[in-house]
Design a protein. Structure first.
Length: 317
């Protein structure tokens, strides 16, 4: 690529990011007034989602430095997931506490709508990230991770995931673009893992009764978190998510191992607070705190809620 082409691409990327930021601001203001399913808000959200997707595919190095993958997850998907999870918990409590048949019927109707909304967001997110991975692989001639990323189908062996990752990297090998691709592919795997985890939380009943977590099937989420770790082993995010899953499953030793690994990683999982959804300036790819530590899952007991002789870890929702 010539210097002129590089400057042109950089200018295009910066302009695209500025336009996306303007849309994000509009989305933030409108989301305070409208419900997530409102057509006007949905149209704006889809436009913003597609702009961030285009940035990641066309300008992966720039987008990675600007933390676009993190903003995409938090703004487009995670906030809606948490919105519907709260709705589900509230409606479920209302059903349990209903004093008569009429109140119970209304609560059950609310619960049905909340469940449908949550399931729709999880489906949308899974399809979106699978397509994003496919686009990244086709554009850059790489293999982010071997096998299907869909939670409904098995992945390839984890050893081969590591061997095949970026096997066909070509001219990009060893460049900043390779680092950016690894970071973004890991981010996609984390998002797909979170979507699989939320789906199992919902389907197994662990969302409302944490005791059900020991009987749930967390294998899809675990496989995707392992893929994320193999794409970017220096980052502690995947270990933190594996710790959360181990907590659901009642595996205290496994949870402790993954939590300590998350903290001991070269880029440790940050258990403190963050300064907001949009990272400022540029940061090295792989150094982005993609998860939002401020978000907490009621299905997980956190350090502050544990007995003094217990250990805990943060839900990286």
């Amino acid at each position: 690529m010539s210097k002129g082409q590089g400057r042109s691409g950089s200018t295009e990327a910066r302009r695209a990011l500025e336009e996306a930021h303007a849309l994000e601001k509009q989305h933030s203001e409108l989301s305070k007034k409208l419900q997530p399913a409102d057509p006007a808000l949905a149209a704006l959200r889809n436009d913003l989602r597609d702009r961030y997707r285009q940035l990641l595919v066309k300008h992966v190095d720039f987008a990675c430095r600007k933390g676009v993958d993190r903003v995409l997850w938090l703004v487009i998907f995670h906030k809606r997931i948490e919105f519907f999870r709260r709705k589900v918990r509230k409606a479920s409590a209302a059903v349990e506490e209903a004093a008569n048949a009429g109140v119970r019927e209304a609560a059950q109707s609310s619960l049905k709508r909340a469940n449908a909304g949550l399931e729709a967001v999880l489906r949308e997110g899974t399809v979106f990230y699978e397509e994003l991975v496919t686009s990244l692989q086709e554009k850059n001639q790489v293999d982010c991770f071997l096998g299907r990323t869909s939670p409904s189908q098995p992945l390839g062996s984890t050893g081969e995931l590591a061997r095949r990752f970026l096997e066909a990297g070509g001219e990009a090998n060893g460049s900043s673009t390779t680092a950016a691709l690894r970071s973004v592919c890991a981010s996609c795997a984390l998002s797909l893992g979170d979507l699989a985890r939320y789906r199992e939380l919902h389907a197994s009943g662990t969302e409302l009764d944490p005791a059900q977590g020991k009987r749930a099937d967390w294998s899809a989420a675990q496989a995707l978190y392992i893929a994320a770790h193999q794409a970017q082993p220096q980052n502690g995010n995947a270990h933190n998510q594996l710790a959360v899953v181990a907590t659901y499953a009642g595996d205290e030793l496994g949870a402790l191992y993954h939590y300590m690994s998350a903290l001991a990683s070269r880029v440790p999982f940050n258990t403190g607070t963050t300064s907001g959804n949009q990272p400022e300036g540029e940061v090295p790819c792989g150094g982005i705190q993609r998860r939002d530590p401020k978000e907490r899952d009621p299905a997980v007991r956190h350090p502050a809620e544990r007995h003094p002789d217990e250990r805990g870890w943060s839900e990286g929702a």
